[in-house]
Design a protein around this ligand. Structure first.
Ligand code: ATP
Ligand code: MG
Length: 430
């Protein structure tokens, strides 16, 4: 027997009853991004593997074990994008968007990581992210954080907290790395297996360990924030001053290191306690070395990405269901002549009332069954076209949500009749 075809594990369908919530969230975020002057950029879902190896770093979780990498038919190594920043930088460089200019950009779409699927962690998930290029001061870091705070306000999320840290300059980080390795080597027997592996490759990531047995060791580890270079320290202090002025509360988290190699100076995460271990809904920071690393002129950059599934998971608990966009009118047509006149009528209504949501009965059927479908789809009115209406140029209108007599109108009056009853936007003529 043939096996039923199913979606790939960790990759979700978004069904019609859920999609209005997605659309509402995306619309709210898009509006806020626009209000700060960010422009949308779209780039492909597949890129050359080399792009992610070089930018994210060879010894990160993503590159080591999470990428969907495959050989194209001609043997090129391609990867489904696991994140957007590297793609965004690649696109900007390719199209000369960073030549002596600032850019404020945003993107949205699916990302792919081969992780163990669980609530809030999927193999295809969705991010909205923003990047700003060419601005090296803490003012833009503060703007990014204010903008994310405004998202939560718009979405009605009260309980996400901001965590903040600075990773300093590359040189400061290299010096700190030596100090940290020496500390961990002196306590080698307290390291778990993951950490022992990371000691040689990516020791800063050990600080990110979620293993409770490691907690006492980590609590005593030297802190990067205490070994910052002077310029990074000034940058960080000014950022804190700006956030204080904007009334944005934060917690300093000296163990916040982020999983990617390309960050420098400011890093931040918005976290919640309501999603278990998958508690980070938005993460970002400054990446001043990345553009140069990918072949461009040295250009400062800062950005963030937020996980849509996790945000929706948070919103689900409190919000009432979003309006599903049910049709306002359902056109019932009985008989071949009515079907033909119905098609013409429906197209002319859509011409005259561009916002009207009109569903036309499909596949014929008895009058009674068509009315049932009209009711089930949630429409406000059934528009009824039978032989008699075709013959005398009229249309029947039956209110489905209220107990009212069915009425009959000259078909030529239907547009005005509907326009008078629709919300302003859908009643306008193009
Ligand atoms: P985590 O520590 O949870 O693995 P991360 O540091 O790998 O997160 P980023 O690369 O910073 O995540 O991505 C930014 C945001 O995208 C995360 O804060 C999260 O909200 C979301 N995200 C990341 N990976 C997944 C995933 N596999 N499924 C759903 N959302 C994700
Ligand atoms: Mg991860």
């Amino acid at each position: 027997m043939a096996k039923n075809l199913q979606a790939i594990r960790g990759m979700n369908d978004i069904l019609p009853d859920a999609s209005p919530r997605w659309a509402a969230l995306e619309a709210a975020v898009r509006e806020v991004l626009g209000s700060y002057g960010y422009a949308e950029i779209r780039f492909p879902i597949v890129e050359s593997t080399e792009l992610f190896r070089r930018s994210i770093g060879e010894v990160t979780d993503i590159v080591e074990k999470e990428m969907y990498t495959f050989a194209d038919r001609n043997g090129d190594s391609l990867t489904l994008r696991p994140e957007g920043t590297a793609c965004c930088v690649r696109a900007c460089l390719e199209h000369g968007l960073l030549h002596n200019q600032q850019q404020r950009l945003w993107y949205a779409g699916p990302m792919f990581r081969h992780e163990r699927p669980q609530k809030g962690r999927y193999r295809q998930f969705h991010q909205i992210g923003a990047e700003a290029f060419g601005i090296d001061g803490p003012d833009i870091d503060a703007e990014m954080i204010c903008m994310t705070a405004r998202f939560w306000q718009r979405l009605g999320l009260g309980d996400v907290r901001l965590q903040l840290n600075s990773l300093g300059s590359a040189a400061a980080r290299a010096a700190y790395r030596e100090r940290l390795v020496a500390y961990f080597e002196a306590h080698a027997d307290a390291l778990d297996e993951d950490s022992r592996r990371r000691l040689a490759s990516n020791p800063l990531r050990i600080l990110d360990s979620k293993n409770p047995a490691m907690a006492p060791l980590l609590a005593e580890a030297p802190l990067l924030i205490e070994h910052l270079d002077a310029a990074s320290q000034v940058h960080f202090e000014r950022l804190r001053e700006l956030l204080d002025a904007a009334g944005i509360a934060y917690e300093l988290n000296p163990r916040l290191v982020r999983g990617l190699d390309y960050y420098s100076r400011t890093v931040f995460e918005w976290v919640t306690d309501r999603l278990g271990a998958q508690g980070t809904v938005c993460a970002g920071g400054r990446y001043d070395g990345l553009v140069e690393l990918l072949g461009g002129r040295p250009t400062p950059g800062v950005g963030f990405a937020m996980g849509i599934e996790r945000l929706l998971g948070l919103l689900e608990a409190d919000a009432e269901p979003a309006a599903a966009g049910a049709p306002q009118a359902y056109l019932v047509t009985v008989g071949a002549a009515a079907e033909l006149a119905g098609l013409v009528l429906a197209e002319s209504l859509r011409d005259a009332l561009p916002g009207l949501r009109l569903q036309v009965n499909g596949g014929g059927g008895q009058f009674k069954n068509q009315l049932k479908r009209a009711d089930r789809c949630g429409a406000t009115w059934a528009l009824i076209l039978g032989d008699q209406e075709v013959a005398d140029g009229s249309i029947g209108v039956k209110a489905l949500r209220e107990d009212e007599e069915q009425i009959r109108l000259p078909r030529a009056h239907l547009t005005e009749w509907l326009r008078a009853r629709l919300p302003a936007r859908s009643g306008s003529t193009a």
